[in-house]
Ligand binder design. Structure first.
Ligand code: SF4
Ligand code: SF4
Length: 135
């Protein structure tokens, strides 16, 4: 079945100095490749990285962002691991759950000010994001 976002234009542009999604409480999942890349970027071994930052949740490794504080990798200049940030962050807001219906996308737009801004996002890019992060 054709998805709503295949029939109409979707626009998105991450807004400078926003970082709202890095304050959002919840889990940020790291797959094996994410763990390898971030550990190497932080100059530690995956075991140390997992022990320091991650919890094991239902067979997946994840960073828990609490209510009171943002993601520990957020700095005053933005994501401190931007070059190697996990797929979940790279793909946001193009997550399957957010794109399920147009209403859901609108609701996410109430949180993320980048939605409906900037250039049109190509179908290939949206499909690429959906492939990049799926849980
Ligand atoms: S909430 Fe949206 S606009 Fe803000 S930093 Fe996250 S992706 Fe970018
Ligand atoms: S890893 Fe980076 S982009 Fe992802 S939530 Fe943390 S600071 Fe934000």
């Amino acid at each position: 079945m054709t998805k709503w976002w295949e029939k109409e234009p979707v626009r998105f542009e991450c807004q400078a100095d926003c970082f709202k999604c890095c304050f959002n409480p919840g889990l940020v999942y790291f797959d094996r490749e994410d763990i390898k890349k971030v550990s190497s970027y932080l100059d530690c071994i995956p075991k140390e990285f997992k022990a320091t930052y991650l919890v094991h949740d239902d067979g997946h490794w994840a960073l828990e962002v609490e209510d009171e504080a943002p993601c520990p990798f957020l700095t005053t200049k933005g994501c401190g691991i931007h070059e190697v940030k996990p797929k979940q962050c790279r793909a946001y807001p193009f997550w399957k759950e957010n794109l399920q219906t147009k209403n859901m996308w609108r609701m996410v737009g109430g949180f993320c000010p980048g939605i409906d801004k900037g250039p049109m996002v190509t179908l290939e890019s949206i499909k690429g994001f959906l492939k990049k992060f799926r849980l």
